[in-house]
Design a binder for this molecule. Structure first.
Ligand code: FRU
Length: 484
């Protein structure tokens, strides 16, 4: 097993399980000044299995301390097939978790409350499940999961991800006391749905972010668009919520690394939104079994929601992960490789890429000396696109060589690129508008190079780069798993 610090694909500044399987982040909440984050964890095998809610806590969004799992399938009242995804809501001054309890294959909404102020020990409600799938709705795939609860001036609301007649949807509930829920119906009327392709057959992990009263920003409905056999992507629908219905406007792609970034959690933190998602593996089960771990959580992102889409930035707190700064100042003549003066598998790059006649700028990361392995980020001014090309990312045939493209990105002649390379994880924000997360698994010991190539004309690359330092999990004990 290539577990531990010698595993070159293990991230340092992203959270990953020391062993076992990780998927969705859950129940993200700020409580008593600390960030509590939970995630789907199947500790005994690096493949999906009945999940528990693992728990980590942070003061600075950069370093995390593991706590014991908050919810496990073993805790009574039993949901033996797993404690699936859900959310945390402050209700009457206390955090309350709503999650999906699964029993005999049936998905239902359950509730749990902390027994102490540090949120270390949790108790499932004796009334679980508190809501079950309505028998008179045309639910497909048995999908009834991932409750999200929030407060409106006239009471509580909940949405639950589902599939109605084979189409992704969210069921919408209201409650006066936060305990007895009545079904209002689908959150979005079928005839109001934008016709944009890719809405998915199931909506997983829906979130409704209410705009700030202060500005005229829209509300945002986020959901994972699931299609048969594959997790596809996360969409964000801007629109207006009137307390009864969500009236959609435009649909936006939240992250362009398809099959990469999924099931995000978002919280309001002062005057910013913070988003954390799951970045999936892109290698075979056999490779996962050999590694012993699977799945990482994205870095937090600050999100701004505007009528014309979303804006992203890595939060300033992450600067605490930086090592010594290296200045980058590279003139790139047409069609010539320029090696940048920074190396490593764990890097932050903050670059300003200026077009000086080039059609494209290719930035190779995790690149071996001989160039046989490289993960390529392409800024394509000619077709106004940003892409990651992974046809040569790894010589291991068990790694998926996908290509991800974001089109119509509004690429500026001077493009700002903010990227983290972290073992096998790549997260990029271009122009504050386009986010792209993906995975790459080079096997060359020297897959540490960063090389820029201006194609079809010249370009200039300036800015800063840093090695980033981990581990971000503060624990001498059992790693992220916490005590069992
Ligand atoms: C999304 C998801 C959720 C579900 C959880 C189970 O990745 O399928 O809909 O609650 O994972 O682990």
């Amino acid at each position: 097993m290539s577990e531990g610090p010698t595993d070159p694909h293990r991230p340092r500044v992203h959270l990953a399980p020391r062993r076992g399987w990780l998927n969705d982040p859950n129940g993200f909440v700020r409580w008593n000044g600390r960030y509590h984050l939970f995630f789907q964890h199947h500790p005994s095998r690096p493949l999906w299995g009945p999940p528990e809610w693992a728990h980590v806590v942070s003061d600075d969004l950069a370093h995390w301390t593991p706590l014991p799992p908050a919810l496990t399938p073993e805790m009574p009242p039993a949901d033996p097939d797993g404690c699936w995804s859900g959310s945390t809501t402050i209700m009457n001054g206390r955090p309350v978790v709503h999650y999906t309890g699964v029993r005999d294959g049936e998905q239902a909404t359950c509730r749990a409350e902390p027994l102490d102020d540090g949120l270390v020990r949790w108790r499932k409600s004796r009334d679980n499940p508190i809501a079950v799938a309505p028998t008179d709705a045309p639910i497909s795939y048995g999908a009834y999961r991932d409750p999200f609860v929030w407060q409106e001036p006239d009471g509580w609301r909940m949405i639950v991800g589902t599939s109605l007649d084979g189409r992704g949807a969210a069921l919408h509930y209201a409650s006066d006391d936060g305990r007895a829920w009545r079904l209002l119906g689908p959150l979005v009327d079928d005839d109001a749905m934008p016709t944009a392709r890719g809405q998915g057959r199931i909506w997983e992990c829906p979130l409704l972010l209410r705009r700030d009263g202060a500005d005229d920003a829209p509300d945002l409905l986020i959901y994972g668009a699931w299609n048969q056999g594959a997790l596809v992507h996360v969409s964000g629908m801007t629109g207006r919520y009137d307390g009864q219905r969500f009236v959609p406007g435009a649909v936006h792609r939240i992250d362009h690394g398809d099959h990469g970034f999924y099931a995000p959690q978002v919280i309001r933190d002062g005057d910013r939104w913070l988003m954390i998602g799951w970045i999936q593996e892109q290698r075979s089960d056999e490779a996962l079994l050999e590694a012993g771990w699977a799945g990482v959580l994205s870095l937090p992102r600050e999100v701004r929601i505007g009528a014309d889409g979303l804006r992203y930035a890595f939060p300033p707190e992450l600067a605490g992960l930086r090592g010594r700064e290296v200045r980058i100042d590279a003139a790139c003549p047409a069609d010539r490789e320029v090696r940048l003066p920074i190396e490593g598998r764990h890097l932050e790059l903050r670059l300003r890429v200026e077009r000086r006649g080039a059609r494209q700028l290719a930035l190779d990361l995790l690149r071996t000396r001989d160039g046989r392995e490289r993960t390529r980020l392409v800024l394509d001014w000619e077709s106004d696109a940003v892409a990651t090309e992974k046809d040569r990312a790894s010589r291991d045939p068990r790694a998926t060589p996908a290509r991800h493209v974001a089109s119509s990105v509004g690429l500026d002649a001077v493009a700002e690129v903010h990227a983290y390379v972290d073992g096998s994880v790549l997260e990029v924000i271009v122009g504050g508008r386009t986010a792209l997360s993906t995975r790459a698994y080079p096997i060359g010991a020297d897959a540490t190079g960063v090389v820029a190539t201006a194609i079809g004309g010249a370009a200039e690359v300036t800015g800063s780069a840093w090695p980033v330092q981990g581990p971000v999990m503060r624990s001498g004990r059992d790693g992220i798993d916490g005590p069992h």
